[in-house]
Write a protein that binds this ligand. Structure first.
Ligand SMILES: NC(=O)c1ccc[n+]([C@@H]2O[C@H](COP(=O)([O-])OP(=O)(O)OC[C@H]3O[C@@H](n4cnc5c(N)ncnc54)[C@H](OP(=O)(O)O)[C@@H]3O)[C@@H](O)[C@H]2O)c1
Length: 300
């Protein structure tokens, strides 16, 4: 269940995405219990962002649990992100949502994340979006400072195209250990723009977000989504699986870059199925392509 991102760093093949954690209505004690439940099942990595729940709220929920049981910190890997500047009550001067990789801004966001998470370090900091006005030399200085201060161990990117990734890597003294981006059968732009292939070329595992299209994969609303639902259902029956979600996870896992899936659910039954999907029979190559072809994608 572990994926090696470099010689020192491994994360779990399934990651708990904490974007919707504020909707799970868990007390700090229940978050402790949830984290322990995940660790027992080999899920040790938790994905945050400064903006999840609004202004570090979900990091705060998680941090309250870590404060109740500090020994959990050494058993897990914490990923968090920054670089999306969002208007909020604490920053009334920000009027527009925009991407910001200025040094002062990133240092402030990381310090706030550490405060909220109530832990001394972040395992992986991701630059959430590509800042069109980025100064890559300044970003390099910022990341080196965070690393030398012991606040962040490793760095990665999120939602960066292959060109954006390569450009930032060219100026950076720290190797980026992953690119986190969206992929699900209803949205394959990161196959079409080469991002998946780029991960293979670089020897990095992508972290896949919204693997189930935010739940939309189960509720088709147009002819394309209907066709997709039908082909996924056919493959579910062929493989004798309990639920469509397992077909989708297996479809994502099939790529040779060894993808990590960032789950969006806190529902234990659904998480158990995701764990099962990482084991057992894979989709055949023909089934994998059938998902795209029968849903109507043009591949050539
Ligand atoms: N880097 C980025 O820019 C970025 C952007 C978006 C998200 N993310 C990360 O990716 C994570 C996952 O994204 P996501 O929440 O959109 O993932 P998702 O798995 O595509 O969607 C999860 C949603 O689908 C629902 N759902 C319905 N049936 C389900 C089933 N059978 N199994 C699982 N879920 C089912 C869940 O409801 P229940 O809660 O009721 O199960 C939840 O509301 C986020 O938490 C975040 O950490 C990153």
């Amino acid at each position: 269940m572990k994926i090696q991102l470099n010689e020192q760093l491994s994360i779990s093949k399934l990651v708990i995405g904490c974007m919707r954690m504020n909707d799970w209505n868990l007390s700090a004690e229940q978050v402790v219990e949830f984290i322990e439940w995940c660790i027992e099942r080999g899920i040790t990595t938790f994905d945050h962002a400064d903006i999840y729940g609004g202004d570090h709220r979900n990091e705060g929920l998680f941090g309250e649990a870590l404060q109740l049981k500090p020994s959990l910190r050494e058993q897990i890997e914490i990923v968090t992100k920054c670089a999306i500047s969002v208007p909020n009550a604490r920053n009334p001067h920000i009027k527009t949502r925009y991407f910001n990789t200025d040094k002062e801004y990133i240092l402030t966001q990381v310090n706030d994340s550490l405060d909220k998470l109530q832990c001394g370090y972040i395992d992986i900091l991701l630059i959430h979006m590509f800042d069109l006005l980025i100064d890559p030399r300044e970003l390099n200085e910022t990341l080196l400072q965070l690393q030398s201060e012991g606040k962040v161990k490793y760095f990665g990117l999120s939602n960066h195209s292959p060109l954006e990734f390569d450009t930032l890597q060219k100026y950076s003294d720290v190797p980026f250990v992953t690119n986190q981006f969206m992929l699900h059968p209803l949205g394959i732009q990161n196959y079409q723009n080469g991002a998946m292939t780029h991960c293979l070329k670089e020897g990095i595992s992508p972290m896949i977000w919204s693997p189930l299209a935010g739940g939309r994969i189960f509720k088709p609303t147009n002819a394309f989504e209907e066709k997709m639902h039908n082909v996924l259902e056919t493959i579910r029956q062929e493989l004798g699986l309990e639920h469509l979600d397992e077909v989708v996870y297996k479809w994502i896992f099939k790529h040779s870059s060894n993808p990590v899936i960032v789950l969006g659910t806190g529902n234990k039954e659904r998480i158990e199925r995701a764990i099962r999907s990482a084991e057992g029979p894979e989709l055949t190559k023909e089934q994998w392509y059938k998902v795209l072809v029968e849903a109507g994608y043009t591949l050539w």
